[in-house]
Design a protein around this ligand. Structure first.
Ligand SMILES: *[C@@H]1O[C@H](CO)[C@@H](O)[C@H](O)[C@H]1NC(C)=O
Length: 271
């Protein structure tokens, strides 16, 4: 807390700016509230509240003075920032809650924000950390048969931030080693991931590809490789020939015993 010479006539009570230790985490495109309040709680409507980033004190994210938000915002925060209540229980500005609400989050919003509150003769500030993540699309899996009888399964997903980890599993218990993983970054700063692994249908049934962030959020897709094995042409030919041979044999037997069968019949008729 900073205390700048409060003379004897000064009536304002000294305050401290309080911010949480934990960083806030939110998705790209969503809304986040960065908490900040003064303690002991006092009406903050008459105070000056400045939210700014880095050393951009004079082009802040939000600037509140003389009871209203001043139009000096940094361009990229215009129409996206406002003062809000940290929770439903909070009394808002009247109770010293000077939390910042940010909309339409961008990857560039990640990092620290200064919450600076100043009164007639004193000021204090705190720093809030924001982590921005993006959960990508559900992975798309597609199998391709390899010459050695195995299956090359490719897994693709896009729209991630930061880079996700890729995990391949077979039958939900064995971790498969990826044959390769490549990542690319689009103009929107988001990551696309492409990975492949080669598996034998003798070892695996259900193969899954999962992409996950450090926050624990993930997306997973599975493929039943038994269902996508192409039918073996030699096997098909073998069974066709086998069935033909059996039919032929049955025909031959019936033909051979035809005389006996008819003979018995005639014999019976003769009796
Ligand atoms: C599997 O497919 C990927 C393309 O998705 C390719 O880059 C890789 O070389 C293939 N692996 C094998 C063993 O053919």
């Amino acid at each position: 807390m900073y205390y700048i010479g409060c003379v004897s006539l000064c009536l304002s009570v000294s305050f401290t700016v309080v911010v949480p230790h934990d960083q806030s985490v939110a998705h790209v495109g969503s809304i986040v509230i960065l908490p900040c309040w003064i303690s002991p709680p006092e009406n903050a409507e008459a105070l000056e509240i400045r939210w700014y980033r880095h050393d951009q004190f004079s082009s802040p994210v939000l600037f509140y003075q003389h009871g209203k938000i001043q139009d000096v915002q940094e361009e990229s925060y215009r129409d996206r920032s406002s003062l809000t209540r940290w929770s439903d229980k909070s009394g808002g500005l009247k109770d010293g809650d000077v939390s910042l609400r940010l909309e339409k989050l961008r990857i560039q919003d990640a990092g620290s924000f200064h919450c600076y509150v100043s009164g007639e003769s004193e000021y204090d500030s705190g720093e809030v950390f924001l982590k921005v993540t993006a959960l990508g699309s559900a992975p798309v899996l597609f199998p391709q048969p390899l010459d050695d009888g195995r299956m090359n399964i490719t897994c693709k997903s896009s729209g991630w931030y930061p880079e996700p980890d890729v995990t391949w599993m077979s039958d939900e218990r064995t971790v498969l080693r990826p044959g390769g993983v490549s990542r690319s970054r689009g103009a929107d700063e988001m990551f696309s991931v492409h990975s492949w692994t080669a598996v034998s249908h003798l070892d695996a049934h259900l193969v899954s590809c999962s992409m996950s962030l450090k926050t624990g959020e993930f997306r997973e897709s599975r493929i039943d490789i038994q269902a996508v094995i192409p039918s073996d042409p030699w096997k098909a030919l073998f069974f066709t020939l086998l069935i033909c041979a059996l039919l032929g044999l049955t025909g031959l037997i019936l033909y051979k015993y035809r005389h006996k069968l008819t003979g018995k019949k005639t014999g019976k008729e003769g009796n």
